[in-house]
Design a protein around this ligand. Sequence first.
Ligand code: HEM
Ligand SMILES: *[C@@H]1O[C@H](CO)[C@@H](O)[C@H](O)[C@H]1NC(C)=O
Ligand SMILES: *[C@@H]1O[C@H](CO)[C@@H](O)[C@H](O)[C@H]1NC(C)=O
Ligand SMILES: *[C@@H]1O[C@H](CO)[C@@H](O)[C@H](O)[C@H]1NC(C)=O
Ligand SMILES: *[C@@H]1O[C@H](CO)[C@@H](O)[C@H](O)[C@H]1NC(C)=O
Ligand SMILES: *[C@@H]1O[C@H](CO)[C@@H](O)[C@H](O)[C@H]1NC(C)=O
Length: 507
Amino acid sequence: MFTTVHNIPTVRATLVLVLLATVLIFLWKTYCRFIQLGNRIPGIGVWNLTTGLLNQMPKNGPHVGLLGFLMNFVNGYHGAPCRIWVLSELCVILTKPKDIEVVLGNVKIFKKSDHYAMMKRLMGQGLFTADDFGVWRRHRKIITPTLHFNILKDFVPIFFKQATKLANKIKDKDQVNIFLAVGLCTLESICNTAMGINIFAQDSEDSAFLKDFYSVLKIWHTRMTSPWFMLDLLFNLSRLKSIHDKAAERMKCFTNEILQLKKEKIGANKSELAVNNEPRSTAFLDLMIKKGKEVMSDGELKDEIITLILAGQETTATVNSFALIMLAYHQNIQQKVQEELDSIFECRENECPTFEDLQKMNYLEMVIKETLRLYPALPLIGRTLDEDLEVNNIIIPAGSSVGIFLYGTHRDPDLYPSPNDFNPDNFLPERQSKRSNYSFVPFGAGIRNCIGQKYAMIQMKTILSTIVRRYRVSPGNGCPSLDNLQVMITSSLKPRHPINLSFTPRR
Ligand code: HEM
Ligand SMILES: *[C@@H]1O[C@H](CO)[C@@H](O)[C@H](O)[C@H]1NC(C)=O
Ligand SMILES: *[C@@H]1O[C@H](CO)[C@@H](O)[C@H](O)[C@H]1NC(C)=O
Ligand SMILES: *[C@@H]1O[C@H](CO)[C@@H](O)[C@H](O)[C@H]1NC(C)=O
Ligand SMILES: *[C@@H]1O[C@H](CO)[C@@H](O)[C@H](O)[C@H]1NC(C)=O
Ligand SMILES: *[C@@H]1O[C@H](CO)[C@@H](O)[C@H](O)[C@H]1NC(C)=O
């Protein structure tokens, strides 16, 4: 009896010690295993980053900054999986189609990597940044039909109206800052089609929504191009954070106001809707309110609308602009596009294209695809691994992030001969069918692929055809040849310096 009483504290202490040791051994083992597996993958670590990362961010050449760094980095390993240790974080970069397939083709790999945190502050649990599988799947089911072909058909006149506005604006100018002009056009188009409202972006440029939108994009740009602002901690301490948060808050309020207005309208006409069964407006927001009334809260609807606007504006503005730049610097290709458009439209000058007209624009489609190859609007996408993954005989441990570097894939000389040349013939059906599906992934692939790719294609065909039908596009001042064109990652892919183009009426 004596002994037991005496021993109780000792037993407790031993138990605690054993427990602590087990936990420590467990942590050590997993951590050690993580480090060991990580180190088995060829690549660089903190020491390289501190000694030379800033020097490794190229300031010259076709791709600058982070984009140039990644390009040089993956080329150093001939496209094989390679890793970067950022302190205790392991990031593995993939570029080869068969490696990308392992990640994007796996339905279990759902979570986006931490690199989306910047966008998540604005897009919340919207489809693009959602990390809750249940919420994401429920929303994706509701949103997919709102982007159905039958609905997209009705958008063509909206795109055409905005494209015509753009065409009229550039009429008497021979120096047009192309990203600025096209960006306003795609912003107005997306606000029209997503919310069913007009913000007159192309008319006055002083709508509050437009200013906040560009203010947020500018801050994202700053964050992506200044390494210290990539860190949340330093960004949170900076003046930019409050500017960002205020603009983001106003955008959310604005979207919410529109949402409440719509709900009132739709609520008031409930019976009328039920009779006709045909929705009056095909804007995403209206359709989502009707379809998702019971399952989507106001907060969720707001996140989805902001997501569609952000995901749909920047990307299409980038690709439309780069396509016009490519046509300006490749007059022979522009000639072929014009001939195709002439044969489709004959004497229907300045008329809105029909859906069938758009289907006939095969060569323009190849031009757009080739633009997406050289200038994928989102050059790098990422996932976080919940379980170990084997890629190309390498085990990537759970907890690491995987970066899929599309830009590198699209410029891989093993997949595309003369990969840096603009050549729409790369997308001749017979050439395309010889390549792996994962050699061209501008819209991502698998369960989290782009929900707006058909929307994007129809919008881009309408805008580009409208411009090319009316103008001959040629290079402006400041960028005498394509060798002077430098691109970088901002939130999407962008030229380093503004590019001007010049537009001459055809008739
Ligand atoms: C040329 C134009 C576009 C390009 C290059 C593009 C590219 C992409 C890519 C690469 C992804 C996958 C991201 C990832 O895997 O992390 C994506 C997702 C997405 N895109 Fe697009 N996109 C374009 C246009 C659009 C448009 C017009 C919309 C909306 C109307 C849109 C809405 C979305 C949404 C909501 C997602 C997230 C889907 C999900 O995770 O379920 N995109 N886009
Ligand atoms: C990274 O650092 C290690 C050790 O200092 C060095 O051996 C290696 O060459 C460096 N790699 C690169 C790509 O700079
Ligand atoms: C920075 O601020 C955001 C939003 O205010 C917050 O969610 C995040 O946790 C903060 N991060 C750090 C490292 O302070
Ligand atoms: C709702 O119905 C009223 C009268 O029936 C009509 O004036 C109004 O335009 C309708 N609103 C919508 C959004 O259809
Ligand atoms: C590539 O995609 C097409 C169309 O989605 C499909 O029919 C084909 O089987 C795919 N090819 C491979 C090798 O996965
Ligand atoms: C580009 O065009 C703008 C006017 O749209 C002009 O102010 C600017 O100087 C031009 N840039 C170059 C390099 O010519």
